[in-house]
Design a protein around this ligand. Structure first.
Ligand SMILES: [Fe+2]
Length: 284
């Protein structure tokens, strides 16, 4: 179903930035909830990327909306939505990877593209799905340099891929809505060029499953009035938001912060269900 594109140029949201005096946070992955006392909610203007004269791009801002009809999303939505555990991959997910890898290769011009075994499905809290993850609640990035190195090594092993020498790698994150528009909680993206390393606060996510006990490093952010935020209202199931999670050529100097935001411009928004997949692209 094609959604009407909203004409409004921006919306305002109170983004829950981390308090400016914080330097480190620890989070249990199963809860993924931080106490309200760590945030300062600051009103922020978020521009509508659909009506920009020059839409955001991977090369400049670090993210881009692309049309990407997926047969897997069309025909196997229920399989994609089914809980599979944090570290398991369903046949439907593998089919989705197979459709998306050529797109990432085309957008990036990379020589090799490999999927990370780190996909997530998130359900709006309105669906009251206790077993599912909810949309990301605060501005963050998922990977820094050391964590990207760890993830790349693990991805090469899990894909049993021995690469030829490469000069650069980029991790792309792909955000696909599985629910129809208009979503209640779209994803907002920050122009990576407007984020400074001084804005970043490390966050440790501890995850314990019967098989593994690991701590992943990611990052939250303090407020800066330089941050330039965008969103794409009413994304359809035929669209994909692609963003750079980490670029080895830019390192920690380029951070595409992102966060779920409430879009209150619709009387009856649809609770958002979204699939996020990630890919490493290797360059000659
Ligand atoms: Fe994220």
């Amino acid at each position: 179903m094609e959604a009407p594109t909203q004409a409004q140029s921006h919306l305002t949201a109170k983004l829950p930035y981390l308090r400016s005096d914080l330097d480190l946070l620890h989070v249990e992955f199963t809860a993924r909830i931080l106490g309200d006392e760590v945030f300062e909610r600051l009103e922020t203007s978020i521009r509508n990327g659909r009506i920009a004269d020059v839409p955001p791009s991977l090369e400049r801002e670090g993210f881009q909306l692309v049309v990407h009809p997926s047969a897997t999303v069309r025909d196997r939505t229920e399989e994609l939505k089914a809980p599979g555990g944090l570290l398991t991959q369903s046949d439907a997910l593998r089919a989705y990877w197979a459709e998306t890898i050529p797109l990432i290769a085309r957008l990036s011009g990379a020589r090799d593209v490999l999927p990370l075994h780190a996909s997530t499905v998130r359900f709006s809290p309105a669906l009251k799905n206790d077993k599912a993850m909810t949309p990301a609640g605060w501005p963050h990035v998922d990977y820094d340099t050391p964590e990207s190195e760890v993830q790349l090594k693990e991805t090469l092993e899990l894909n049993q891929f021995d690469p030829a020498p490469y000069s650069r790698y980029v991790m792309y994150q792909c955000w696909h809505v599985l629910s129809e528009p208009p979503q209640d909680i779209p994803l907002a993206m920050c122009d990576g060029r407007t984020v400074s390393v001084d804005d970043i606060v490390p966050i440790e996510y501890h995850m314990k499953t019967p098989e593994r006990d690991v701590t992943y490093q990611s990052s939250g952010a303090r407020f800066s009035d330089r941050h330039c935020w965008w969103y794409f209202p009413d994304m359809t199931r035929e669209e994909l938001l692609v963003f750079i999670g980490f670029d080895s050529a830019l390192g920690d100097s380029f951070k595409t912060l992102h966060v779920g935001i409430r879009d209150e411009s619709h009387e009856r928004p649809v609770p958002r269900i979204s699939l996020e997949t990630r890919y490493f692209a290797l360059f000659d």
